[in-house]
Design a protein around this ligand. Structure first.
Ligand SMILES: NC(=O)C1=CN([C@@H]2O[C@H](COP(=O)(O)OP(=O)(O)OC[C@H]3O[C@@H](n4cnc5c(N)ncnc54)[C@H](OP(=O)(O)O)[C@@H]3O)[C@@H](O)[C@H]2O)C=CC1
Ligand SMILES: CCCCCCCCCCCCCCCC(=O)[C@@H](N)CO
Length: 341
């Protein structure tokens, strides 16, 4: 082997070694600076806990020894879910399980629900999981002003009312080390045909979470935001009834996970001290390339993934734009054919 080759090999291995060491240091840094995440014996308030992701999260909380309150509108579903959640308890005699019926789009109802929960459990909320939300996809011009207002109302207003009140209470009671978990979506990172209103609401959640992560350090309150991809839930089945075919085709690239898989991955991210949590590779690509000034989960890996996304998303975006225009042409043709017939 010539000296030139030796120098080249040593350089390549030094660079790769350097990257590996930097990645390990970053991993160590995240773990050492992570706020303690333990829910045992704490009052955990889970909105949307009667089905789908919220129920899976509440069941995991029960397994971890928490006192769990679930909130939603339909009482029969809350009752059934609470039994399933109780069945997961690790110390059933010591843990409190309650449900509260409330429509979180109403400020008054949100306040009442919180007070009722605190009264039933006999202690303030220390862990907040804001899971309630929905998706009502459709072509923008076919959506009504009610559809567009409703999505912000439940996904954004229904979240911020409760979070605002809980934070005020935590600060007044000088409770340290609380955690607030927001639920955004893969669609909290990028916009997609058929999801205009939904994306706006999930971007809003990301903005709220990012701002509060910074601001609530003042009171030692920890903020996280989970960005799930497709989850097989009753909500997902419902949204598919109005989802345009083009949207289904584009998002078909995402395999989807069960609520239990998502919850498990979310808790892993919480324990690691991540701010922006993702549980599938596609959402990770979007997280890394959209991260702005969000904290990295691993500065080296995130930068590498961001580089891959930066390149891969160019052809993908061109393909999406092309598919949308082709879809329009097809629709136009089928309309004029119906007219001719
Ligand atoms: N499923 C998916 O593919 C994805 C979902 N997400 C997000 O995850 C979260 C959970 O989704 P998923 O489990 O699919 O949803 P589901 O529709 O299956 O469950 C939603 C839960 O929220 C409750 N809820 C809805 N509206 C209100 C309201 N106005 N007041 C109080 N509770 C309400 C529902 O109960 P009730 O109707 O009785 O009130 C139910 O418990 C949502 O924020 C969603 O946007 C993010 C990415 C992907
Ligand atoms: C080389 C690059 C390839 C990139 C492929 C990208 C594929 C797009 C995946 C879109 C996934 C959307 C999940 C939406 C989840 C959600 O929030 C809704 N179900 C509403 O509840």
């Amino acid at each position: 082997m010539t000296d030139n080759w030796k120098v080249a090999l040593i350089t390549v291995f030094s660079v790769l070694g350097g990257i590996l060491v930097a990645a390990l240091i970053s991993e160590l840094h995240l773990r050492l600076t992570a706020a303690e995440f333990s829910v045992k014996g704490k009052h955990c308030y889970v909105t949307g806990g009667s089905q789908g992701l919220g129920k899976a999260v509440a069941q995991d909380l029960a397994r971890r020894g928490a006192h769990v309150t679930i909130v939603a509108r339909r009482e029969s579903l809350l009752q059934e879910a609470l039994e399933e959640i109780k069945a997961c308890a690790s110390a059933p005699k010591e843990q409190g399980f309650h449900y509260v019926v409330a429509d979180l789009t109403s400020y008054e109802d949100s306040m009442r629900a919180l007070s009722e929960a605190v009264e039933k459990q006999g202690c303030g909320v220390e862990m907040l999981f804001m899971v309630a939300g929905l998706s009502n996809p459709g072509v923008f011009i076919e959506q009504t002003e009610k559809d567009l207002a409703r999505i912000m109302d439940i996904n954004y207003n229904g979240t911020v009312y409760t979070v605002h009140e809980v934070v005020k209470r935590l600060v007044a009671e000088k409770t340290k080390g609380a955690h607030i978990v927001f639920i955004s979506s893969t669609l909290g990172f990028f916009g997609l045909i058929g999801y205009a209103g939904y994306c706006a609401s999930k971007f809003a959640i990301r903005g709220l979470a990012e701002s509060l992560r910074i601001e609530l350090q003042m009171y030692d309150i920890n903020v996280h935001c989970y960005f799930p991809g497709t989850i097989f839930t009753p909500g997902y089945e419902a949204e598919n009834l109005t989802k345009p075919q083009i949207t289904k085709d584009i998002e078909g690239a995402d395999d989807g996970l069960t609520p239990e898989q998502c919850s498990k991955g979310m808790f892993k991210g919480l324990a690691r001290g991540e701010f922006a949590i993702t549980t599938d590779p596609i959402t990770m690509l979007f997280r890394c390339t959209t991260r702005g000034t969000m904290p990295n989960n691993n500065i080296v890996l995130d930068a590498i993934v961001a580089g891959i996304a930066w390149i891969a998303f160019v052809p993908w975006r061109i393909f999406v734009d092309f598919s949308v225009r082709r879809y329009a042409t097809k629709l136009e043709k089928s309309k004029s054919k119906t007219k001719a017939d």
